[in-house]
Design a binder for this molecule. Structure first.
Ligand code: SF4
Length: 689
């Protein structure tokens, strides 16, 4: 027995399925995963995980994995050697850069990949290729939250930790579904209620699990959150309930902000949001009565045309009531992907160097120019949205993308695919042959987290180490190695032998990570940025100062953007989101037998009223049509949704078309995040069950 035990390998890793950042050990024998073993020492989750963390790893050994580079020859892909594929990439990207200039190439990074890989990728774009055209998929989800935070309190991260959320007297969850999207965080909130009677307010257009558990659930009309948030803030001010000391000592621009609230009366809010006056007053009273309030939000806020403004309105409400800088208070956008926080932190954004220093700041550029020995581009580059527009208009000639299935996850996918067709050269690096890969010229086989070393940063700003369990499958390679090879083909001379060297470099250049190192991240240790040189980290932000001039927060006037209306014939409102068993588009979780068994397909939720009116029952097949495309899907009838509001799960499988055939290219005006949650559709019954 001891011989057998000796062959069992135990490796600490970090889950790749959401921003909560659970860590655990993977027990393996050869390439077989025996079990996921939790540990009380794990800083976020202790002994908890959800189904995805526990059972979602079969994809690593899937026969569908890419194991060799592929090169397009006409309409076919043929296997090639690494030499051949990398030479071709070097030659083509080099040629396009010389012919059309550095800004003719775009770089899309991955929020599923490590901090080190994202750092290296932005370095490739900036230092080797001379462009700031680099972005990551936070553009599809959390950029408006980051923008709202940076305007008001200064840093694009959660104010505190999950422990702070637990210790709060009142939690407000707006447009988020943590019971399915951030399950272990949701269990912490459930526990806090039992432990100390924490109160819960949920605002959503779908009655999700946390809504059912809430002390108070409100269902405003879609896209009207900014209005009720501002009306509640105004009501609090009208009652004299604001935190006067906090506002006096720690916040700027109070007068200007108060003047801007004039129109947000209770009457106006009742008319626009459909909430009653009693509901609005009850919200204000609950917030006023709680000693500490945390606000949590996600895609239900950020995937709208006015998303940055609404995120700002949430921060304004917290500032007016003095809910920052103490345990149990603050703003918590819930990061979706495991490393959406880290991808942004480490600089895969067109206007920011690693650690959120502006590319336009000459002193910042100078520091990097000296270290890297190059001249850096001075102006912000294209974001994802501009890149899609650029492909359309013929301005963007080539794209290098890793760990992102853009054809599936970007809004208005027909438009995106048409853009891919126009590219002169397209490199896709992934673990599977994704839908996006179908449009590529070269497809490079990458390795998932279990086959490499690195760090991820969770929604709390917590940097955690994950370790290599297996060798990369077949000829696949870790993304950082591939990026290094590509850079070297394009004239760099990079010699990184291990991701720790990449982190050391990032820490030496970006003050936010000054004291981050692999030695300090051993075993279950973690560090929450900002980390000072001596290794001291920062679990709770803004205890003394906000990260803005004078150390003071800023109240920012906001304005409401009415939702996008597709046209009268598109009479139904289509919402979409995750479900517990599947991750995002589903390309990893649909490889797991256990998860497929639980949930084999996506579905459409329809209200009992609408089902009655349209003669639908569970299992009916319907066609949904928007001005942008068409999807066919089966129905379940549920009172989680009301009236003409539909809910489509956003994962998809094989032949089933995904929700983004239906979504438009309309977007948040500040960050260009698509308004995924504002689709208008019409529905026809195709087949009863
Ligand atoms: Fe993974 Fe998130 Fe589930 Fe934790 S809660 S196991 S990080 S998917």
């Amino acid at each position: 027995a001891s011989m057998r035990k000796a062959r069992i390998k135990r490796t600490k890793t970090v889950c790749t399925y959401c921003g909560v950042g659970c860590s655990f050990e993977v027990w393996t024998k050869g390439r077989e995963i025996l079990k996921i073993q939790t540990d009380t020492e794990a800083p976020v989750n202790g002994v908890s995980t959800c189904v995805k963390g526990k059972w979602g790893w079969d994809f690593v050994n899937s026969e569908e994995r890419l194991t060799k580079p592929l090169i397009r020859k006409g309409n076919e892909f043929v296997e090639s050697t690494w030499e051949e594929a990398l030479d071709l990439i070097g030659e083509k990207l080099g040629h396009i850069k010389r012919k059309y200039g550095p800004d003719s190439i775009g770089y899309i990074a991955s929020s599923k990949c490590s901090n080190e890989e994202n750092y290296l990728f932005q370095k490739l774009a900036r230092a080797v290729m001379g462009t700031n055209n680099v972005d990551n998929c936070s553009r599809y989800c959390q950029s408006p939250a980051t923008a709202g935070l940076m305007r008001t309190v200064g840093l694009g991260g959660d104010s505190g930790t999950i422990k702070d959320i637990m210790s709060s007297e009142l939690i407000i969850i707006i447009g988020a579904n943590p019971a399915e999207s951030h399950p272990v965080l949701a269990t912490r909130i459930k526990r806090a209620r039992k432990l100390h009677g924490q109160k819960l307010i949920v605002a959503d257009i779908r009655e999700n699990e946390m809504a059912q558990r809430a002390d108070f659930f409100i269902h405003p009309k879609p896209s009207t959150d900014l209005i009720w948030l501002s009306a509640v803030t105004k009501y609090i001010l009208d009652q004299g309930w604001e935190d006067k000391d906090f506002l006096k000592n720690r916040v700027n621009d109070f007068e200007k902000y108060v003047a801007s609230l004039e129109k947000f009366t209770l009457g106006y809010a009742v008319e626009k949001t459909g909430l009653t006056e009693e509901e609005l007053v009850r919200l204000a009273t609950m917030i006023h009565s709680a000693k500490s309030v945390c606000a949590l939000w996600a895609m239900g806020i950020t995937q709208h045309m006015g998303a940055t403004e609404t995120s700002t309105a949430i921060c304004n409400l917290l500032l007016i009531t003095g809910n920052f800088g103490r345990s149990g208070t603050g703003a918590y956008p819930l990061r979706g992907h495991n490393n959406v926080q880290g991808a942004c932190d480490f600089g895969t954004m067109p206007a920011w160097m690693p650690g959120y220093e502006p590319v336009q700041d000459p002193q910042v550029r100078e520091r990097y120019e000296e270290a890297w020995g190059v001249k850096l581009p001075e102006e912000p580059g294209m974001d994802n949205h501009h890149m899609v527009e650029g492909m359309d208009k013929g301005k963007l000639k080539a794209l290098y993308l890793f760990g992102e299935d853009m054809a599936l996850v970007d809004a208005n996918s027909n438009h995106v695919e048409a853009g891919f067709e126009r590219l002169e050269f397209f490199v896709v690096q992934d673990i599977f042959f994704s839908r996006t890969a179908q449009f590529a010229d070269v497809v490079l086989p990458a390795a998932p987290s279990l086959e490499k070393d690195g760090t991820f940063t969770n929604t709390e700003r917590r940097i955690q180490r994950f370790h290599k369990v297996f060798e990369p499958l077949g000829e696949s390679k870790p993304d950082w190695e591939i990026i290094k090879e590509v850079a070297n083909r394009l004239g760099a001379n990079w010699n990184y032998k291990h991701p720790s060297e990449i982190m050391d470099e990032a820490a030496s250049l970006a003050p936010l990570f000054a004291g981050v190192s692999y030695e300090r991240l051993e075993r279950w240790n973690s560090q929450l940025w900002p980390v000072s040189k001596n290794g001291k980290d920062t679990p709770l932000l803004y205890t003394e100062r906000f990260s803005l001039p004078q150390g003071k927060a800023r109240l920012v006037p906001v304005d409401w953007t009415p939702p996008f209306v597709a046209g009268e014939e598109y009479d139904l409102h289509l919402n979409n989101g995750r479900l517990l068993e599947h991750f995002h588009e589903g390309n990893m979780t649909y490889q797991s037998e256990g998860l497929i068994h639980k949930v084999p397909h996506p579905w459409l939720e329809v209200s009992p009223e609408l089902a009655h009116e349209r003669n639908l029952e569970d299992g009916s097949l319907v066609g949904l049509t928007s001005p942008y495309g068409h999807v066919e899907v089966r129905v379940i009838v549920t009172d989680r949704v009301k009236g003409k509001e539909l809910y489509l799960t956003m994962n998809t499988r094989e032949e089933i078309e995904a929700v983004n055939r239906l979504t438009s290219s309309y977007h948040d005006t500040v960050t260009h995040t698509p308004a995924y949650k504002e689709a208008g559709v019409k529905m026809e019954l195709l087949e009863t069950k």
